[in-house]
Design a protein around this ligand. Structure first.
Ligand code: PGA
Length: 315
């Protein structure tokens, strides 16, 4: 490995991540023959094949898998070193890699605005993905911080509660239940229900509540998008339970009402999560501190403003 260069490792990692020489070449602004040559030289230095080719597809070999892990550790340490040097110079500089679960996209970008203004030297990459996507990224230690509500069950993680994530029952504004108070949970079983897709944290929380009370919902359809569910409610397809954070400013909120149902809102939290014992970079640590202090205030203001326009919302 003494002959391997950092450049070769970066090229190899990009090929492994994209599972494609062409895409890696595009990302790195290199030609494909250059990428192939770099991987070939690295393979020689390792002394074992890094990829298997089956038809047009490439697969990492066991040695390749191990090298990807090593590459990520090396890059992470180098990034941390760069950030530490910037910190010594009195600058907060570097890259913050965030991955957030689908529903968190309603408030995390809002929090980034003031943060980026304060620390213009920090670049941010934000991935929005589903629960499965977050778990696999967390497992591979791809990002600095993850934001989610439903915590991973089979992984050792450090968590910090960042913000409330109440789930509320939403109905079309002209629904007969809108004026009613303290609606009984059983009453919802007579309504058509629109559910988030399997794997969603929101879905799990809703199912847990109704299972606990042995109530079967009349699920009319599953939808993998909060926005599609809101449109479906407004269109009269049924009622649903979503996070209040989904009630963004430019959606058909004026056509939706929050129902006053017993056991609601379901109290949940957004957590900042990272692998247990992970040494956070200076930049990630700065962001975490921001999240737990001013970030909370920014989010409260935004969410509060969204809710005040809705029928039946009591703070
Ligand atoms: P979602 O919710 O998966 O329904 O978007 C977030 C979570 O519970 O982690």
């Amino acid at each position: 490995m003494k002959q391997a260069t950092l450049h070769q490792l970066r090229v190899f990692e990009a090929v492994a991540r994209h599972n494609s020489f062409t895409r890696a070449a595009e990302e790195l602004f290199l030609t494909q023959p250059t990428v192939s040559m770099q991987v070939k030289q690295l393979t020689k230095a390792v002394g074992m094949p890094l990829f298997d080719q089956v038809g047009k597809r490439i697969y990492l070999t066991q040695a390749g898998e191990e090298l990807v892990k090593t590459c990520r550790q090396v890059f992470e340490h180098l990034d941390q070193f760069e950030m530490t040097v910037a910190d010594i110079k009195g600058l907060k500089q570097g890259r913050l890699r965030l991955a957030v679960i689908t529903t968190a996209k309603y408030f995390v970008p809002r929090l980034l605005g003031p943060f980026c203004k304060r620390y213009p030297g920090i670049d941010i990459s934000l991935q929005v993905t589903n629960h499965e996507g977050i778990l696999s990224r967390l497992n591979e230690n791809v990002d600095d911080i993850y934001i989610m509500s439903q915590l991973p069950e089979n992984m050792e993680v450090d968590t910090q509660p960042v913000l409330e994530n109440p789930l509320v029952v939403l109905a079309p504004i002209d629904h007969p239940l809108v004026p009613e108070k303290r609606i009984r949970l059983e009453r919802l079983a007579t309504e058509y229900f629109i559910m988030r897709e399997p794997g969603s944290g929101t879905r799990k929380a809703v199912q847990d509540l109704f299972d606990e009370h042995k109530i079967a919902l009349k699920v009319r359809l599953d939808l993998g998008s909060n926005e599609a569910i809101k449109q479906a409610i407004a269109g009269g397809l049924g009622i649903s339970v979503l996070s209040v954070h989904t009630l963004a400013l430019n959606s058909p909120n004026s056509q939706l009402a929050i129902l006053d149902v017993e056991k609601f809102p379901i109290e949940r939290y957004w957590y900042a999560v990272y692998p247990k014992g992970k040494q956070l970079s200076v930049v990630a640590q700065t962001f975490l501190e921001y999240l737990l202090t001013e970030g909370k205030e920014v989010a409260h203001k935004t969410v509060g403003a969204r809710l005040s326009g809705l029928v039946n919302y009591q703070d």
